[in-house]
Design a protein around this ligand. Structure first.
Ligand SMILES: NC(=O)c1ccc[n+]([C@@H]2O[C@H](COP(=O)([O-])OP(=O)(O)OC[C@H]3O[C@@H](n4cnc5c(N)ncnc54)[C@H](O)[C@@H]3O)[C@@H](O)[C@H]2O)c1
Length: 368
């Protein structure tokens, strides 16, 4: 596939809520071309394809069976992420999974091994760490703006997605909840700053046994909550540094906090679920925060797919990698086990921070 030139052919499986954001990006990047969209419900895929001018749509096989598709973006629900990704590898295509990469560490390892055997790549969300905000944070830390980074404190509290998502039950089942659904943004960002995690302590809770769909045709339907909806976690990094994080769908108050504290100052990091935002800094002598940088998003979800496409052609590692997502999964699985067993979980997987994007990186410039 490396010898081809021109845009890399992309297929999408799963035409639900988040497919719109991916299609907004992927149809605007000249280095990729969305060729086909498939879904368990073909009519859903057809409607999405029509809205974005994608030529082929319908059953999943319409994506897997095409020779002009090199990368399949898997935007299905977490319960089937591994199974769908394996079918993509079996069809001889690279796969880019939404998060979490799989429900359990063994399934993630099986996927990575199957891809390696087939000489194919696995990419995975989140790719917000490639956004202008997260990249500016890494540059500020590398410049020494806060001295030596020592610790991080992160907080994500909100009422939960059932108020706005039309099919929210999956977000409260295994593979989701605040830790698996939102945690990957925070954990991926933390790994870029502090490296791999080796131990996790956690305590969890669940405020409600059932919740009610708040919007769309199913509004008013009740569904059960299968996973913890409030998790407090302590993370130990390989080099001895640590971070404290809370992930909660049990709060009427919605707020986000991400601070990296160094020897000289604390950095206020933009929401890691977004691609841009203000970076704040507060030095020892400061009485209040001040804006260090305002990072405007350059692109949105799908940036990691573009980097994967370019990386395949340029024969270099891609940044939003399956190995990174598998390590993030191990941290989350470790947190759940730690909370259940009242014991610190130790992790065996490891990963390195991804390369920073070059200063002149431009997703809208054709390079292939
Ligand atoms: N909604 C968001 O804001 C958001 C944001 C970031 C990431 N995500 C992630 O994106 C993924 C999808 O979320 P969503 O909100 O779009 O969900 P959704 O329920 O709106 O859409 C999922 C789609 O996948 C299809 N599907 C399910 N199983 C399938 C299978 N086996 N084969 C083919 N198609 C199948 C469904 O029919 C549906 O159209 C999840 O992993 C979620 O964590 C969602």
């Amino acid at each position: 596939m490396n010898q081809r030139s021109g845009p890399v052919g992309v297929g999408i499986i799963g035409a639900g809520v988040i497919s719109e954001q991916y299609l907004d990006s992927l149809t605007a990047f000249p280095d990729v071309k969305v060729v086909a969209i498939g879904d368990l419900f073909p009519a859903v895929a057809e409607a999405r394809a029509a809205a974005y001018g994608v030529p082929v749509s319908g059953e999943v096989d319409r994506v897997l069976g095409r020779d002009d598709i090199d990368i399949v973006v898997n935007l299905t629900i977490p319960q089937v992420h591994a199974e769908v990704a394996l079918s993509v590898i079996a069809a001889g295509k690279h796969v880019y999974n939404e998060k979490p990469i799989a429900l359990d560490s063994n399934s993630a390892a099986e996927l990575l091994q199957a891809a390696a055997r087939a000489n194919l790549r696995v990419g995975a969300a989140p790719d917000t760490f490639l956004g202008a905000g997260a990249q500016a944070v890494r540059r500020a830390v590398a410049r020494g703006d806060i001295g030596e980074p020592q610790t991080a404190l992160t907080l994500m509290q909100q009422p939960g997605p059932e108020s706005w998502h039309p099919n929210p039950a999956f977000l409260f089942q295994r593979g989701a909840g605040p830790l698996f659904d939102i945690g990957p943004y925070y954990l991926t960002a933390l790994i870029q700053l502090f490296g791999a995690v080796t131990e996790v302590a956690a305590i969890s809770g669940k405020a409600q046994a059932a919740r009610v769909v708040g919007s769309g045709p199913r509004a008013g339907e009740t569904f059960t909550v299968d996973v913890p909806t409030h998790i407090s976690a302590g993370l130990g990094f390989a080099d001895g540094r640590s971070a404290t994080s809370i992930y909660s769908f049990d709060s009427p108050l919605g707020r986000v906090l991400f601070e990296v504290t160094g020897t000289e100052a604390t950095l206020g990091v933009p929401d890691p679920n977004n691609f841009g935002g203000d970076l704040l800094i507060r030095r020892r002598e400061d009485e209040d925060w001040r804006i260090l940088d305002s990072a405007k998003p350059v692109s949105g979800r799908g940036t990691g797919v573009l980097d994967l496409a370019r990386a395949i052609r340029e024969d270099r590692p891609h940044r939003a990698s399956g190995a990174l997502a598998a390590h993030v999964l191990d941290i989350m699985v470790g947190a759940i086990e730690a909370a259940e067993n009242h014991r610190v979980a130790t992790l065996t997987s490891t990963v390195e921070s991804a390369q920073l994007l070059p200063d002149d990186w431009d997703p809208y410039l054709p390079t292939l």
